[in-house]
Design a protein around this ligand. Structure first.
Ligand code: AHR
Length: 604
């Protein structure tokens, strides 16, 4: 076949920030990952509400009298639980490097002078806690030089008498640009040269309780990710349950995200909760005052990022160490909501308020996950009608899907909202992923007039704590490595073109029509049976069919995002009611240019 390149015609411009990264605290990506803190549960706030296996002493081995206590002696209203100790407490293991420095700090309070003996390997420090009476919490600091290279170091704190301890912290002195992030991970992300950083999620953002930490609502765990919970001195930040089943300390909070984006030369792209819980939870607030508070919080976030140091929130940014604005230019409202009309009503209120105060900010709406057909289509329609600046799309699929759908954006309206492909990944157990992604990214670039930004997901995974795979960068306590998809992303991000050079192909190349039909149920929380699948060419030829009568799934691979599928009684059954899933035909060499898909789907 022949490829013709038309160098005389100027194609679409490709923005330098076309490719970026999406950081979400999934797979222990933050605590125990990018955030360089070495002490797990440093503030004794872990709770069974985060994970049934947790309590205030999770991550610690104690001797003598030791309890995690929440009473009026607490450090502050947000950091409530402290360690009441007359004995010793030893942390979970972490890695140290021989000769490197590690900075230690602890908040302590005692009624009588008390000595703390703090041990890291063979290195020892004495801290004398002054008798401090009723409300006398004070911070004590020191530093260690590691006596060994190991991934099994622990920090032991031993008291000579009764003492209250909180925020027991140990950081490597060397962090990325001195800003508290793990050097190897941050360096690998920086090496991608991303144009933007989307954060903090994902499903993490707007699931669970919608209330923040405040006197009126109490202290709901699993509340949505609210930026004001995550800023200010770390010892005054709240902690929270994480959507992915563990605890989040918020040590890596909004200030740190903005700082990191700046440090790697990327534009910050925060996602704020829209008060409609996505990711399978399907609830929307009916409290206008709460909605208004979140809208105001979003305006305050923009002030925190960009406002003068004389403004309320700009002053906090300056106090935290960054008087200069962070240059926030875009913001996304919500993530994967399954109640399109409820979401969109809220989105419009956010957008109108943001545009009224900050007309130059790009506001990004979303379209829900691509596999939720009706929701996706409805959300796109609403975004088109409302002339949204940009729409966030998400999809995880097989390598063959990515190859077959290379032309997906050829058909998008050139005058409609622009596309932000906020999450995508090819999901196969083999190396096919990175090649399929590379091929697909040529389709994104070819349509750079419509697709303005794209980010692979998820970014990080701790090899011992995996909720989702594949992931771009893997790590353990002291090592990290990129996947072949990391190399693909790096190749594209480090070599972003200036503009598209139009080209065409003739000869024995079949350009399959993107698969536009979707089948299935549009809510996640519903068990379903699927049978009688047929893919038929428009000339009537059956290209693929399966009625599952043979009781097995021959001819199919199942990409199991969140649940379990099985063949039962002549049907393909989604048995995990909280799951969404994708069925993929293993025989995917359907090369006809037009076809129809039919599938019988039944709620069970
Ligand atoms: O990237 C992992 C998850 O996939 C995100 O949290 C969510 O937005 C999507 O479903």
């Amino acid at each position: 076949y022949t490829i013709t390149v038309d160098a005389s015609t100027r194609g679409a411009e490709i923005s330098d920030s076309m490719y970026g990264v999406f950081f979400e605290d999934i797979n222990w990506a933050a605590d125990g990952g990018l955030y360089a803190e070495l002490i797990r549960n440093r503030s004794f706030e872990f709770s069974p509400a985060d994970n049934a296996a947790y309590n205030g002493l999770t991550g610690w081995t104690v001797t003598g009298a030791a309890s995690a206590t929440d009473d009026e002696a607490r450090l502050n209203e947000r950091n409530r639980t402290y360690l009441d100790l007359n004995g010793s407490a030893t942390s979970s293991p972490f890695a140290t490097v021989l000769g490197d420095f590690y900075d230690f700090s602890v908040w302590a309070r005692a009624d009588a002078a008390t000595r703390l003996t703090i041990t890291l390997g063979a290195a020892r420090q004495i801290v004398n806690v002054r008798s401090s009476g009723a409300n006398g919490w004070a911070k004590y600091s020191g530093s260690f030089r590691a006596t060994t290279t190991t991934d099994a170091a622990t920090l032991k704190v031993e008291s000579s008498g009764p003492v209250k301890l909180d925020m027991v912290s140990l950081f490597p002195r060397k962090t990325f640009k001195g800003h508290g992030l793990r050097t190897d991970l941050a360096t690998k992300i920086a090496a991608l040269d991303p144009g933007f950083v989307r954060f903090p999620g994902g499903c993490l953002v707007n699931t669970g309780s919608m209330y923040g930490y405040d006197a009126a609502s109490g202290y709901p765990r699993a509340r949505s990710y609210q930026w004001k919970d995550t800023v200010g001195p770390v010892e005054t930040r709240a902690t929270n349950a994480n959507f992915w089943g563990y605890n989040q300390s918020y040590g890596l909070g909004y200030y740190e995200y903005f700082q990191f984006a700046e440090d790697i030369g990327a534009a910050p792209l925060p996602v704020v909760p829209a008060l409609v819980t996505g990711c399978g939870q399907n609830r929307a607030t009916d409290d206008p005052a709460l909605l208004q508070r979140h809208i105001q919080d979003t305006l305050d976030l923009i002030e925190f990022a960009n406002g003068p140091v004389t403004s309320t929130w700009g002053k906090l940014r300056a106090r935290m160490g960054h008087p200069k604005p962070f240059g926030l230019s875009m913001i996304a409202v919500g993530n994967e909501e399954n109640l399109p009309d409820a979401y969109f009503a809220n989105y419009l209120k956010f957008r109108d308020a943001i545009k009224a105060a900050y007309p130059q900010i790009t506001v990004i709406g979303n379209s829900g996950p691509d596999d939720q057909g009706a929701t996706f289509d409805r959300l796109w329609q609403l975004n088109r009608d409302a002339k949204s600046d940009m729409v966030d799309e998400h999809y995880y699929n097989s390598p063959s899907w990515f190859l077959q759908n290379n032309a997906r954006y050829n058909a998008y309206d050139r005058n409609g909202p622009k596309v932000f492909l906020g999450e995508y990944a090819s999901q196969d157990a083999k190396f096919a992923n990175s090649l399929a992604e590379a091929a697909y990214m040529t389709g994104l670039e070819r349509n750079a007039d419509v697709v303005k930004m794209a980010s692979y997901a998820p970014l990080l995974a701790n090899i011992d704590h995996v909720q989702w795979r594949p992931d771009l960068i893997w790590f353990d306590a002291d090592e990290s490595w990129g996947t072949t998809s990391y190399q693909t992303q790096k190749l594209f991000m480090n070599n972003v073109g200036d503009r598209v050079v139009p080209s065409s192909v003739t000869g024995a190349v079949v350009q399959p029509k993107p698969i536009a039909g979707r089948v299935g149920l549009s809510t996640w929380a519903t068990a379903a049976r699927y049978d009688d699948v047929k893919v038929t060419g428009t000339d009537g030829t059956v290209l693929f069919s399966d009625d599952f009568a043979d009781g097995d799934a021959n001819g199919w691979t199942s990409l199991s995002n969140r649940g379990t599928w099985a063949v039962q009684d002549g049907a393909y059954v989604q048995s995990d009611t909280a799951a969404t899933n994708t069925m993929v035909a293993a025989a995917t060499d359907i090369t006809a240019t037009d076809y129809d898909i039919t599938l019988k789907a039944t709620k069970t």
